[in-house]
Ligand binder design. Structure first.
Ligand SMILES: CC(C)(COP(=O)(O)OP(=O)(O)OC[C@H]1O[C@@H](n2cnc3c(N)ncnc32)[C@H](O)[C@@H]1OP(=O)(O)O)[C@@H](O)C(=O)NCCC(=O)NCCS
Length: 486
């Protein structure tokens, strides 16, 4: 355990300006990309005539690379993006522990997170003790400002939606994008006791455009035997044109400062990239097709290639109706019953949320196109089982027929009476009947017991769970009882 003056961040470089974004050329480049402002005159002072002569060899049309890209049809842009991805020479984060050990994490090495390659045997904070929290926000490069997003304003909520939908990309080839709804973002970002100052945005001064975001929501979490009030970190996003300029460390530091101000010192978060140091690593994610024809038509990645459509449809066929007696949608009256059911079930795991009644209501009470929950009620009226899934929409780009995809993500499933397999198969039937095209789940909790049997297929990416400023032994995914919706 290291003692340090500041809990969340060590006294290190506190802005992404100095080395990374503050030089004049880059700033001008950025201003160009966000405000479409053209320099009045050539910087070197060359005459317009001379410039014209020098440019004579160039083809007609816009010369700004961004403008050139924009002038291409969307399909061409996607092709270029695919090619860039394939031949990318740019820096990319390590994918495996082996690679990570050889990589220098300039930012994360300054943070109170466990060092790579060591499995802790003790439990506790990495930095502890009473500390003073920095009063002023971390500095941003000239031309950028912090903004606490007021999500009660529909305009602001829409701006956040636009930032995420255009930049929180799902597929590298830019053919399928998130299509978060306003209702979904409110659900994900405004649980009981949410704080506006933890919805932390970065804007461009000249046009007020939102270009960066990070959020935290409060949560009580049990880690092994310890119960801790902490935050769950969500929706870290940097505008595509500002990537690799080290805005992320500043966003994280500033959010940590704001969380520290409320007396909280720990955070839990997930990421598909390998950072120091995963508490647990699970598969992200197991998916189960429901509308095969459509998924094939949009070339949904990860579908089994070894079957033709007809065989695949047959292979994935589901019963028409559910089989568990007493299975019905959750109502507000079920909150207390679900609360005790979930709390008893979650005790089995080493990492799990401690939910209040209000949180059960917020996270689970059905909201159209956001969250669905079903319960099983026994003959004596008691609730014996619960299953919930949240809903994320995707935009399909550049397809002649399909414009969107609907995916359900398994949140919680807990059964005290029904067979877990049967309950999950019923869930697939319900999800399909609600018009979802695909369902996904993580191999956390007891999910491994039904994933393969119910024809979920594994993806080749991982989802890592991390704790900030907490050391404890790592755990296998089946000991993780926490799912963090995006
Ligand atoms: C994730 C994202 C914000 C990273 O931005 P970036 O421009 O590539 O990275 P920056 O130059 O700003 O910062 C680099 C630092 O951020 C860290 N970083 C990158 N992705 C991260 C993540 N998902 N979580 C935490 N830290 C991350 C890097 O490790 C690096 O620090 P290091 O020097 O210690 O290695 C950006 O790629 C993005 O918005 N992606 C789409 C949304 C997304 O995937 N969000 C993350 C969900 S978990």
């Amino acid at each position: 355990v290291v003692s340090c003056n500041s809990i969340f961040s060590s006294p290190v470089k506190d802005s992404f300006s100095k080395t990374d974004l503050c030089n004049k050329e880059e700033r001008q480049g950025l201003e160009m990309s966000f405000s479409d402002k053209k320099p009045a005159e050539d910087e070197s002072g060359r005459s317009k005539k001379k410039q014209k002569k020098e440019d004579a060899w160039r083809p007609e049309g816009p010369r700004d690379p961004i403008a050139m890209l924009k002038s291409l049809p969307e399909s061409k842009q996607q092709e270029i993006q695919r090619a860039l991805h394939l031949f990318s020479l740019g820096p990319s984060l390590p994918k495996t522990l082996q690679q990570a050990k050889k990589y220098t994490y300039r930012f994360w090495e300054t943070q109170p997170v466990p060092r790579l390659g060591r499995n802790a045997v003790t439990h506790g904070p990495i930095v502890s003790g009473e500390t003073s929290v920095r009063k002023e926000p971390y500095s941003l490069p000239q031309g950028f400002s912090w903004d606490t997003l007021d999500l009660s304003s529909p305009t602001v909520l829409r701006e956040l939606c636009t930032l995420l939908n255009e930049n929180y990309m799902e597929e590298d080839d830019n053919t399928i994008r998130f299509d978060f709804s306003l209702e979904y973002l409110q659900w994900a970002l405004q649980p009981p006791k949410w704080l506006a100052q933890w919805h932390c945005g970065v804007r461009v001064d000249t046009n007020n455009k939102l270009v960066g975001f990070i959020a935290a929501v409060p949560a009580d979490v049990r880690i092994y035997e310890t119960e801790k009030r902490m935050v769950q970190v969500k929706f870290l996003c940097v505008h595509k044109k500002l990537r690799l300029k080290r805005m992320t460390p500043v966003l994280i530091r500033e959010l940590a400062r704001r969380v520290n101000q409320q007396g909280l010192r720990q955070a839990v978060y997930t990421a598909s990239v390998m950072l120091p140091t995963p508490l647990s690593s699970c598969r992200y994610s197991w998916t189960r097709p429901l509308n095969l024809r459509k998924l094939k038509e949009v070339s949904y990645p990860g579908l089994r290639q070894d079957m033709n459509l007809q065989r695949a449809v047959k292979f994935n066929r589901l019963p028409k109706v559910t089989k568990t007696p007493g299975l019905r949608p959750m109502t507000k009256e079920d909150v207390a019953g679900i609360h005790s059911l979930l709390q008893a079930n979650l005790l089995k795991f080493h990492l799990s949320p401690i939910l209040s009644l209000q949180e059960v209501e917020h996270w689970l009470l059905p909201k159209e196109n956001v969250i669905d929950t079903y319960v099983v009620q026994g003959d004596d009226g008691t609730l014996t089982d619960v299953v919930s899934f949240y809903s994320v929409s995707y935009k399909v780009l550049n397809h002649p027929v399909h414009t969107g995809l609907r995916a359900a993500h398994l949140l919680y499933i807990a059964s005290a009476a029904a067979d877990l397999m049967d309950l999950m198969e019923d869930t697939l039937v319900l999800v399909k009947s609600k018009g979802f095209d695909i369902i996904s789940a993580l191999d956390v909790m007891d999910n491994k017991s039904f994933l393969e049997k119910l024809k979920f297929s594994i993806s080749n990416t991982n989802l890592h769970y991390y704790l900030y400023n907490w050391m404890c032994p790592n755990m296998s995914p089946d000991k993780v009882g926490l799912v963090l919706p995006n």
